[in-house]
Design a protein around this ligand. Structure first.
Ligand code: PMP
Length: 404
């Protein structure tokens, strides 16, 4: 296990106060705080290297290109992708999934074809498919879940038919914390000849991911949720599929030759990367991935599992507590309501105690409908959170409860 106190020193923001109280940051599902190495690497690049990447003849441009392409190799290693051609830089999970829906949709989907998603998807793994449904008349099928927040595997199997062309499912639910058995779900889909996309926004920060071991056909994640900068993310895709898919956006970088008569496209991964990439953010992302890798993804997972177990035990003991998501395999996310205290009131009062949690529908309105609620309070843990912070949260919830 890494030294928690030492690790917390790497994150300057963790030592600040809000309302004269020590910050207890439990909104890691929305975004994570940044270690000094990540921010420093970006500042250093701006101050000493900055130049636009690719095709530059001058020294700085070549150095910036080396850094940017080196970051792609870091991502490849982190995901254990076969090739850097399979690593497409995007603005984040949302853009990755929009790219996928658009381009996979253009290449492979026709009127009446079906895409399977789950009841616990984030809006960014629902709405891009609905836009495609409007454009192409595809049909969305939804895997239901039980009351613990586990996807019903038999029902999942029953959704497949000859029109099923893709499964797109969250690795970890940002509301329930459920760790979905994506490896098994992928194996099942493959046995039916159907590829699978995984939304890894909430899994990559917490557990080791190996896209070859999962045999995922596509995998999306965001830099800012894994201690990296905002504005950068990744779409991994198997090369043979990406080769068959058309560009998502047009512009510089993604072309080979342009004429008014005929334009040809660049090879992978550049075919999908129109315009100047955020090459500073890719450096930050690579440093973030190196940072968590050095701590050890398995150590991070073990620490957060212990925190979650500790928090669940104490929170379940609070009278009138309702926790949404009690799957057997659960990640570091706890969504709850207490009695009939409105989630917004709970969140606002916890905030006054220095505790940052998120409230609302968490961009998963269909899931809220399934649960029959409007919203929850959500505490989500990161690698730097402590049991003392869980104690502060539990005391805070009890205090708010006593006020009502
Ligand atoms: N999917 C899941 C499961 C998420 O939790 C999030 C972020 N809350 C997203 C997708 C979207 O990520 P981003 O806003 O970074 O594009």
């Amino acid at each position: 296990m890494y030294n928690l106190e030492q690790v917390r020193q790497d994150f300057p923001i963790l030592s600040r106060e809000v309302y004269k109280r020590p910050l207890v940051y439990l909104d890691n599902g929305a975004t994570t705080q940044k270690p000094r190495v990540v921010v420093d690497s970006m500042v250093n690049e701006y101050y000493s290297v900055n130049a636009n990447v690719h095709r530059g003849v001058h020294f700085l441009s070549q150095q910036a290109t080396e850094l940017h392409e080196g970051s792609r190799e870091t991502v490849r290693r982190f995901l254990n992708a076969r090739s850097i051609n399979e690593v497409i830089f995007t603005r984040g999970t949302t853009e990755s999934l929009n790219l996928l829906a658009y381009s996979f949709g253009e290449a492979f989907l026709n009127q009446g074809d079906e895409v399977i998603v789950s009841a616990m998807e984030h809006h960014s793994n629902i709405v891009p498919w609905q836009l495609l449904a409007d454009r192409k008349g595809i049909v969305l099928r939804v895997i239901p879940m039980n009351d613990k927040g586990e996807l019903l595997q038999e029902e999942y199997h029953n959704l497949f038919n000859e029109r099923t062309k893709l499964v797109s499912v969250a690795h970890v639910s940002n509301v329930l914390g459920t760790i979905n058995p994506v490896k098994e779900m992928i194996a099942y889909a493959h046995a039916q000849g159907v590829p699978v996309a995984v939304d890894g926004a909430q899994s990559t920060p917490h557990m080791a991911v190996d896209v070859q071991d999962l045999d995922a056909d596509f995998f999306a994640f965001s830099g800012h949720k894994i201690y990296g900068p905002t504005g950068v993310g990744v779409l991994y895709g198997k090369e043979e599929l990406l080769e068959k898919m058309p560009p998502y956006q047009g512009g510089g970088e993604m072309i080979q030759r342009v004429s008014f008569e005929k334009t040809t496209y660049n090879h992978l991964p550049f075919k999908f990367e129109a315009g100047t990439p955020d090459y500073i953010a890719t450096t930050g992302l690579a440093n973030a991935l190196d940072y968590v890798t050095a701590l050890g993804m398995d150590q991070i997972f073990a620490h957060e599992q212990e925190l979650t177990r500790y928090a669940m035990e104490q929170m379940l003991a609070i009278p009138d507590m309702h926790i949404y998501g009690q799957a057997a395999h659960k990640d570091a996310v706890i969504s709850f309501n207490v009695g009939n205290i409105h989630h917004l009131d709970m969140g606002t009062l916890l905030d006054r105690l220095g505790i940052a949690v998120r409230t609302g529908h968490h961009c998963a309105e269909p899931l809220m409908h399934r649960l029959g609620i409007e919203g929850t309070v959500r505490a989500s843990f990161g690698l730097y959170n402590t049991k003392e912070e869980v104690d502060v949260l539990v005391a805070g919830i009890n205090r708010v409860r006593n006020m009502f």
